[in-house]
Design a protein. Sequence first.
Length: 273
Amino acid sequence: MILVHAFPVDHHMWDACAAQIIKLANAQRLDTFALWAPDMPGAGDGPIPAVADSGRIAADGAYADALDLMTDAYASLLRRAGYRKAVWVGLSMGGYVVMDMQRRHPDLIAGLAMCDTKASADDDTARANRLRIADECEHERTIEPVMHFAQPQDGDSSIKRSDAFIKQMTAWIQAQSPEGIAWRQRMAAGRPDLGDQLAAVHAPAAVVSGECDPSSPPEQMRALAAAMTGTEVSFAQIPDCGHFSAVEHPDVVAEALVNLMSRVQRLECSERP
């Protein structure tokens, strides 16, 4: 199982959820599986790709090939370690990688989970805002344009309004580099629309939605799940939960992911000769 993190943090957002996944998987006596949470390029310890290594650059500065290149790197990581397939889990920006994996490397998908994310590309306003933030981070060498992710918004969950959450999220964002933040924004701005990939999903799938998520609300996540017409999708709507579901309710998200892995293992077992 490969956990792909959100923006603007790194793999540490999965720490509590990963620990709970291990605990639940052991309690349910699932077959042992590797659990990874690699940093994206430009996140945490992930190196920041040079401009020359980021593919085509659109006229507005977006990286048109960067998502594909990153997805291929995740695929290569899995293959080099000797695995045939994985259960791919993406939260927010991590979901872009999961959907691109479906497009580019469907043979590597044993199961997938989309958490508080979307398959569509940015509209013009959102794309321009990402590139504005990238420019400011690079030119001013600051991460201030993304510090609002650590602050609750109107209608947000009680967890996100808590001092503990604000303190933790602030620390995670402050550990990022301005250049890494900018690279990820240019990558996300240049990504293609992947909505057509939802119907192509044939592996077991799960969709997780925070009830208070302003950017990926439950009605949008239910529509995303409904578009996966080629498979059985489990849907978890989490009360009192915002956008960072795996941080706000790691136990609930872990349960959904362990249940997904259990479905995958039963299917794999039934298909063995």
